[in-house]
Design a protein around this ligand. Structure first.
Ligand code: HEM
Ligand code: HEM
Ligand code: FE2
Length: 465
């Protein structure tokens, strides 16, 4: 195994651990909707939610970085250039995340001054980490981009997938800088903040996961590079063609010029197309290979990724992307429903699939099918779909009773929050959240155990390199 691949394993362990922290923080966040007085003034909702969504971003980033460190040396047949810096930064990264988490839990907030921004909370949703830590993330990502480009440069070789990946990593890293400027005008601030959030999840991350799924499909089913790369080019073209101006669907109500209503509505309505392309691609590959694979867990998770991405991001996003509908759905639990489904489908499932691909190489591949992975897969997806369904009902309740009928007054907001549909949906979300958490335990158990018992029984059967 290359050093870079060993580093990948470490990244996966960190990612899965943070995934657990994220679930705990999610369950806690959900409890406030059932009992709003919970931990009042001790640990309020906003801190639990920050912990939940920041760990989400970090564990997915770690999963992506790990996946690239895994595939890159295979793709080029050589060790990654400057891997020692990456190894060092991994520990810096983990320590920084731990320190930030402790600050979020213990200190929570400070005055509205430079000190708070540097050491407590930077204040932009999803990238709240204090500035010192945000600078650290920039260092990690820049090292990562350097590792990838320098390795390709030294190898004097570039493949289609790698070329797309390198072109994608540059804007991905640059967009993160959007977390930094100090803007006092709220419209301006949101305008630029969406460049980070939207352009990550609907442009650069989509291209990145496209590259990772391309590598995965080749390994999983032996799909030919020519087919995978052709699809990748089509998807990337469509993602960038629709996603860049699709940014406008966040500009409807923040004080930007009115033309964004048409631009945002039109281009974002086309955004499901590339995602549909990904589904067709995965199903096509599965069909041409008669669904044959030696890694069923990874295969199921890849399919979940393709469908989850299409339904969660594409269909659930499309539902409220036209300004005529968004007027009523904006910022309700409807948005939260889409947010969960999309992040899960597009990214989390993909990262889990890659973990299974990697484990097949590091454990006994002969006995690579267990009962536990089915429990993990089933409970996680059932829990997620249940939560998303509950949130959708809650969101529609808000759209009807708070917005359409109630005219968006504070009283209407309270009335909608007390509506029986909304309240039962909040209970349903919590219960399905528990199901999801059980799925997480099954997943972790399986990731630790899969292939192991067989390896003990037959120690001579080494995994293929
Ligand atoms: C046990 C499972 C989970 C529970 C109980 C849970 C609960 C919650 C709650 C209560 C919120 C706050 C919503 C609000 O502001 O009203 C939230 C936000 C969020 N969660 Fe989760 N969550 C869980 C799992 C996940 C997973 C698996 C993902 C993604 C892969 C995710 C992604 C998000 C995102 C993106 C937000 C922000 C949404 C927004 O503000 O629009 N969560 N979650
Ligand atoms: C993997 C891709 C995607 C992810 C991870 C994702 C995630 C999210 C999240 C977390 C939010 C809430 C942001 C916030 O206010 O904090 C959001 C909002 C939104 N998304 Fe997506 N999304 C994706 C793709 C799409 C697509 C393809 C569409 C449209 C076709 C779409 C349409 C929207 C719209 C209209 C909003 C604003 C909702 C509002 O006004 O409250 N999204 N998305
Ligand atoms: Fe967006």
């Amino acid at each position: 195994m290359y050093r870079s691949q060993k580093l990948a394993l470490r990244y996966f362990i960190a990612a899965i651990t943070l995934f657990g922290v994220m679930i705990a923080a999610g369950l806690l966040s959900a409890l406030y909707y059932i009992d709003p007085a919970l931990l009042y003034n001790v640990f309020d909702f906003q801190m639990a939610k920050i912990l939940h969504i920041d760990t989400l971003i970090i564990w997915l980033l770690m999963g992506f970085i790990g996946a690239v460190y895994w595939f890159l040396p295979k793709e080029l047949g050589r060790e990654v250039v400057g891997i020692w810096v990456a190894e060092l930064l991994f520990y810096v990264f983990c320590s920084a995340v731990a320190v930030v988490a402790v600050v979020f839990v213990v200190v929570q907030y400070g005055g509205s001054n430079e000190f708070s921004m540097w050491f407590i909370n930077q204040g932009r949703k999803y990238v709240e980490a204090p500035r010192w830590a945000a600078v650290g993330v920039v260092a990690v990502v820049l090292t990562f981009v350097f590792n990838v480009t320098a390795t390709a440069w030294q190898a004097r070789r570039i493949t289609g997938v790698l070329g797309v990946l390198i072109l994608d990593l540059v804007p991905l890293a640059v967009l993160y800088l959007d977390a930094f400027p100090k803007i006092t005008n709220m419209s301006h601030d949101l305008y630029w903040w969406w460049w980070l959030v939207h352009m990550w999840v609907e442009a650069t991350w989509e291209v990145l996961i496209g590259c990772l799924m391309a590598w995965s499909l080749m390994e999983l089913m032996g799909t030919s590079r020519r087919i995978v790369e052709t699809w990748l080019y089509i998807e990337v073209m469509l993602v960038l063609g629709t996603g860049i101006l699709g940014l406008g669907h966040h500009y409807f109500w923040i004080g930007t010029p009115q033309y964004w209503l048409s631009i945002g509505g039109f281009f974002s309505a086309l955004e499901p197309l590339p995602l549909l392309g990904m589904v067709v691609h995965a199903v096509y590959d599965a069909g041409t290979h008669h669904m044959k694979t030696t890694n069923r867990p990874a295969f199921y998770w890849v399919l979940a990724e393709a469908f989850g991405n299409f339904i969660g991001a594409g269909v659930f996003g499309f539902m409220m992307t036209l300004p005529q509908i968004n007027l009523y759905s904006h910022g309700t639990q409807w948005t939260v429903s889409h947010g969960h489904f999309a992040f899960w489908g597009a990214y989390a499932c993909g990262v889990i699939a890659i973990m299974y691909l990697v484990l097949q190489r590091t454990r006994s591949a002969e006995h690579f099918d267990s009962r536990a992975w089915k429990w993990g897969f089933g409970l996680l997806n059932l829990g997620l779909v249940g939560m998303v369904g509950g949130l959708l009902i809650a969101g529609i309740t808000q759209a009807i009773y708070e917005r359409a009928e109630g005219g968006s007054t504070l009283q209407a907001f309270v009335a909608a929050s007390e509506h029986p549909w909304f309240r039962s949906a909040m209970y349903a979300r919590f219960i399905f959240g528990i199901v999801f958490a059980l799925g997480y335990f099954a997943l972790v158990y399986d990731l630790l155990a899969i292939g192991r018992r067989a390896a003990v029984a037959a120690p001579t059967q080494a995994a293929p390199a």
